[in-house]
Ligand binder design. Structure first.
Ligand code: GLP
Length: 245
């Protein structure tokens, strides 16, 4: 290890737990002497940490360890993966498979013009054979030529047949109630509580591949999100959705 590397490693250790948040780092002079480098070198190392918001400086008082921000992350999973992780057997009942014009909203989400064609798939998603979620997924028809029906996992099919891998998504989760139609499909009383998950999913080339609205029965489904601090390592220490019955 060079002197610089030893200095960096030492600062990392201090920040990652050697001393707590809002605690002062050793003075520049002390660090420079201890590691046999110039004060300028120490200052550069601290500058970088400051830019990364891992330390902050107080005029005349020194450099302090910053409080790590709380990052909430949630792992991108397909329904199939999600259910399997909960120990449930995923299933699907295909209700609608059609090619339609995108329309303004879906078109906007998928970066298509409203007249462009999308494949619309409506499925009741089941867990151990019991309805869990009503899902409407829209995909640009041009990305999935020849897709005329769907059995099993949509994401697996996208990968297997079109080499499309969903790598990231924008997603919102909000409370809603089941309308008459959704209630009938999910075998639940109308107006019972539900969770609406809206997702725009992208592939590794950042192309929008799917816009989906998934309505989960509120009594059967819960989101559990593991939260971690940015300093705890990889920012994508992911959450796991769990719950069910
Ligand atoms: C989740 C997502 C949907 C996606 C689905 C794919 O439910 N919210 O946007 O369409 O997973 O699941 P599967 O690959 O099991 O069909």
């Amino acid at each position: 290890m060079t002197k610089h590397e030893r200095l960096h490693a030492h600062l990392e250790t201090l920040i990652q737990g050697g001393i707590g948040p809002d605690q002062r780092l050793p003075p520049e002079r002390e660090l420079a002497e201890a590691f046999g480098v110039s004060r300028m070198t120490v200052r550069h190392a601290l500058d970088r940490l400051e830019r990364e918001r891992r330390v902050y400086r107080v005029q005349g008082a020194g450099t302090f360890v910053a409080r790590p921000p709380i990052a909430k992350t949630i792992e991108l999973t397909s329904f199939t993966e999600d259910m399997r992780r909960r120990g449930l057997v995923p299933g699907s009942v295909l209700r609608v498979f059609e090619t339609v014009a995108a329309g303004p909203e879906i078109g906007y989400a998928l970066s298509l013009s409203p007249a462009d064609e999308v494949v619309h798939v409506e499925r009741v998603r089941t867990a151990d054979g019991i309805p869990m979620c009503l899902e409407h997924a829209y995909l640009p028809a041009a990305l999935v030529p020849g897709l005329t029906t769907l059995e099993g996992s949509l994401y697996s099919e996208l990968h297997r047949r079109y080499r499309i891998r969903i790598t990231h998504a924008e997603q919102s989760i909000r409370a809603t109630v089941l309308d008459q139609e959704a209630a009938a499909r999910l075998d639940a009383p109308p107006f019972s509580p539900a969770l609406l998950v809206e997702r725009t999913a992208f592939d590794e080339r950042d192309r929008p591949v799917e816009r989906a609205m998934s309505t989960y029965r509120g009594d059967r489904y819960s989101f559990e999100i593991a939260v971690t601090t940015a300093a705890a390592g990889s920012p994508a220490r992911a959450g796991r959705r769990s719950g069910g019955e």
